[in-house]
Design a protein around this ligand. Structure first.
Ligand code: SAH
Ligand code: SF4
Ligand code: F3S
Length: 444
């Protein structure tokens, strides 16, 4: 293989969940620290990192079409690195199927990108899908400038092994980053301009650690500590598992003002038979009881979830139970997916795989119900006054876009700047956003 000049410009494309967004930002910082610059908009980069997602079939197939699209007219390509969960799951296969790919790097190994780029430039293809928990964070450069709302990875991996899911295989076992490392990164992010931190992890509420006094703490202890930073205005966390929704965390929702009234708690299905086959270890009833307790602690909490339709064996009666659960909860927003068989997961070989057209039809009905629920939640917010964190300029002149405490997108006109916390009256609700009227600039 021929040698290539060392890359001068890069582009990182991230797919999938927030964890990948965070990893993509960290890879960009790492490349920046090597003197490689982001490629200007519209120009080809010397190095392209595809930070991939393996959660559903379509997501994984996309990688190969993206690789194809990077090919130039003369048949050559930029230096391509495949990172993320497809890299972890199918590293060798990618190398075999896509000769244009020179580097394959898993989600726990991307701190090694600089060495791998040197290898690839010298004409040697490089693969690293090792999973040393932790090592990567210690090897990454300090955080640089960030927007008003930043992600902070506190936990990685999953030990739950839901029967449909690849995450335990692509991200490895559950690990918690140490308290002190998280607190240090949070301080860095706040200094760099973050007003809101979203603590992220595949099972973020399974996070545990030891605080500065050596006391064992859970996510609620971490949240309480971070809330003491006077320059940090808002804290969120995602994604949670119902089994790790501790009393302490529920109580924190009622007691920590900076902890925003929003909870993303995936349920997946409303039928206990299906939940059991999914190995979810909660029932529809135990899930609803958790939500009752959260609502008791924080009555205005906005609820969100994930759903899968057409899991093997799902009957029309099972699906009807999903619709009943949706009606019972009154979600503010949700994600819903058709079941996608993933190689190597137990559900992929289960009896009773559901026909695609049945899945399509159920997904449509579910999404109609979820959209109606979201619209109703937004409609009920009209007349509320709340703080909005301004994240960017809106589409029209003088318009701003930000987030309400309930994670709704709110646009408004007037004097403001990115990073401001402003007081807004919500005046009109759409399905995906609200329009607001600026009241007065609050102290940020
Ligand atoms: N750790 C989180 C989220 C993991 S992936 C949790 O447990 O909730 C995000 C979502 O993708 C899941 O909640 C699930 O709804 C969906 N998902 C995962 N595997 C899937 C599959 N094989 N087919 C369809 N959807 C899937
Ligand atoms: Fe996947 Fe289940 Fe783990 Fe979530 S809890 S990441 S759905 S195995
Ligand atoms: Fe996708 Fe991996 Fe996240 S499979 S959803 S990028 S953990």
């Amino acid at each position: 293989m021929a040698t290539t000049p060392a890359p001068k410009t890069y582009r990182v494309k991230s797919f999938g969940c927030q964890m990948n967004v965070y990893d993509g930002e960290r890879m960009a910082e790492l490349l920046g620290a090597q003197g490689i610059a982001p490629a200007p908009e519209g120009e080809e980069a010397d190095l392209v990192v595809l930070n991939t997602c393996h959660i559903r079939e379509k997501a994984a197939e996309k990688v190969y079409s993206d690789i194809g699209r990077l090919k130039r007219e003369d048949g050559s390509s930029p230096l391509i690195a495949v990172a993320g969960c497809v890299a972890q799951a199918e590293g060798e296969e990618i190398m075999a199927r896509a000769p244009a790919v020179k580097m394959v790097v898993g989600p726990q190994a991307y701190h090694r990108l600089p060495e791998m780029i040197a290898e690839a430039s010298a004409g040697r293809r490089a693969v690293d899908t090792d999973m040393p928990a932790q090592a990567k964070f210690d090897a990454l450069p300090a955080r640089r400038k960030v927007g008003p709302s930043a992600f902070l990875t506190v936990q990685e991996g999953c030990d739950k092994f839901c029967t449909y899911c690849v995450v335990p295989y692509t991200r490895g076992a559950e690990i918690s980053r140490p308290f002190s490392a998280i607190v240090a990164e949070a301080e860095r992010l706040v200094e760099a301009g973050a007003k809101e931190l979203t603590l992220i992890g595949q099972n973020v509420n399974a996070w545990t650690g030891e605080d500065g006094q050596g006391r064992a703490v859970g996510l609620d202890g971490l949240v309480r500590h971070l809330a003491e930073n006077p320059d940090l205005a808002r804290i969120r966390y995602t994604t949670s598992h119902p089994n790790d929704m501790t009393e302490g965390l529920i109580a924190a929702h009622g007691e920590v003002a900076k902890l925003m009234p929003f909870l993303h708690l995936p349920v997946q299905a409303g039928s206990n038979r299906i939940l059991k086959a999914m190995n979810r270890s909660h029932t529809a009833q135990s899930y609803l009881e958790i939500l009752d307790r959260v609502r008791a602690a924080r009555p205005d909490i906005a609820l969100s979830g994930d759903f899968i339709v057409g899991f093997p064996g799902e009957t029309e009666e099972d699906f009807a139970e999903t619709l009943s659960l949706v009606a019972a909860v009154g979600y503010a927003q949700c994600f819903s997916f058709k079941y996608s068989p993933r190689p190597g997961t137990p559900a992929a070989t289960m009896d009773g795989q559901v026909a695609p057209e049945v899945m399509d039809e159920r997904l449509q009905r579910l999404q109609a119900a979820l959209n109606a629920s979201q619209q109703a939640f937004n409609q009920a917010s009209v007349g509320r006054r709340c703080q909005v964190l301004v994240e960017r300029k809106g589409r029209h002149d003088g318009q701003w876009l930000g987030k309400s405490p309930w994670l709704q997108s709110v646009h408004f006109a007037g004097e403001a700047a990115i990073g401001d916390l402003v007081e807004v009256d919500m005046v009109e609700a759409g399905p995906n956003s609200l329009s607001g009227r600026l009241v007065a600039t609050a102290t940020a």
